[in-house]
Ligand binder design. Structure first.
Ligand code: SAM
Length: 204
């Protein structure tokens, strides 16, 4: 899949992600599928998804897991180590995928796709540009497309990861553009008392 990237645009996320990979300071990595991913798969929330974008994919196992479910995967991460890792994973599995080392705030797909899986990419981006990021997700998806969001809950100032309060998320992913679930959000516990709240949002 070709893309329309503005490679001259500055990266506006936190700038030190590649350094974290270099320093092997990647404590966010679970080494297993996120329990929310497993839950969504079990309840059939991924059914019918033919294409999925995974922004800030890092070295997570979910891109390959989505591909094994039959979706065409676009995995994005501006850290070269993360993109190279995912490329190798897909090559080793002999599965075709689009893996790009790009800024998610600048990247656009050629056509709107079916789903986005955001596993702690939003919380890695400075809140000053969260609106730009939410606008990107809306642009990337077709009407009726699904955004699987894992909103990081740290209860602390500063970041990354930046605390993503639900009230702020409800404003960012507003009712005019997104349909929120009626059911309680799925809680994925993380280390250091952090946890993520998983919500499947439908793009209007
Ligand atoms: C907390 S890590 C999560 C990685 C992965 N989703 C996981 O669950 O293991 C955040 C990732 O987002 C990437 N990232 C942060 N800002 C980005 C941006 N503006 N464009 C592309 N990738 C970005 C970082 O390089 C890092 O790999």
């Amino acid at each position: 899949m070709s893309t329309q990237n503005d490679m001259n645009a500055p990266f506006r996320g936190a700038p030190d992600w590649q350094q974290r990979y270099d320093d092997q300071s990647t404590r966010w990595e679970r080494g297993a599928l996120n329990p929310a991913f497993v839950h969504w798969q079990e309840v059939g929330a991924f059914e019918g998804i033919k294409s999925v974008i995974i922004p800030g994919c890092g070295r997570s196992p979910e891109p390959l897991a989505f591909a094994r479910l039959g979706a065409h995967v676009t995995a994005l991460d501006f850290a070269p180590t993360a993109a190279a890792f995912q490329k190798e994973v897909f090559e080793n599995a002999s599965i075709e995928a689009c893996v790009e080392a790009v800024d998610v705030l600048a990247w656009r797909p050629d056509v709107p796709l079916d789903a986005v899986y955001d596993q702690t990419c939003l919380c890695a981006i400075t809140p000053a540009v969260w609106q730009d990021y939410a606008d990107q997700l809306h642009r990337w998806l077709r009407p009726g497309g699904r955004a699987f969001m894992l909103f990081m809950q740290t209860g602390k100032e500063g970041g990354p990861p930046f605390h993503s309060p639900l009230a702020t998320m409800r404003d960012l992913f507003d009712d005019a553009r997104w349909q929120w679930p009626d059911t309680p959000l799925y809680r994925s516990d993380h280390m250091n008392e952090k946890y993520e709240l998983g919500a499947m949002l439908i793009r209007r």
